[in-house]
Design a protein around this ligand. Sequence first.
Ligand code: COA
Length: 179
Amino acid sequence: MLNTERLILRAMSSEDLEKRVEWLNNHIVRETLLMRFPISIDETRIWFEKTLSDPSRQDFIIKLKETGEPIGFAGYVGIDWVHRKAEPFIAIGEVEAWGKGYGTEVVHLLLDYGFNELGFNRMYGFMLDNNPGALKMDLKAGFIEEGLLKDDVMIHGEYHDRIMLGVTRKQFNERFNMK
Ligand SMILES: CC(C)(COP(=O)(O)OP(=O)(O)OC[C@H]1O[C@@H](n2cnc3c(N)ncnc32)[C@H](O)[C@@H]1OP(=O)(O)O)[C@@H](O)C(=O)NCCC(=O)NCCS
């Protein structure tokens, strides 16, 4: 289990899948992750079985320490052990938990743990231009803007830019005075 001040991240398990489906069937959450279709519990069970043997990703459930309530999920995708890099991801599915700093706490933990425990050298992400809260969260947590991908994706018939975010272990540890 990984810990922040107010949150626990533990490996996702089959008992978490109903919540995952509920959260991803909120179209606001789903669209930020560029997922096109509503999802079912059946396909989610199949997806989850595959993730268990996939070394390129790690999935966590986020729970409040105080109550044990699950509020979202997070993890790493694109884990590349040769080039030592990965893409962290997060979704807080419980909408009433937004704006309380939980997102920043989780992304900061994923960066710190990725760099200083797993030995990644670089982490990166792609932020949609219509998600200012998530961009602010990522910048506060330790990411740096690296570039702009013009008209990178289409959502509801309109092209959107994506902001390229990245940070190296050296940049992160210097900024937050870590090892
Ligand atoms: C993005 C998300 C994880 C942010 O989580 P959160 O816990 O609400 O984030 P935080 O509370 O740490 O907010 C970070 C900052 O962004 C600000 N913010 C949040 N939503 C905002 C919005 N819609 N517009 C502008 N600023 C916003 C917060 O006020 C905070 O700034 P502050 O510390 O100066 O007050 C959450 O909204 C979410 O899960 N959204 C749907 C899925 C998603 O977008 N995932 C990211 C895909 S890359």
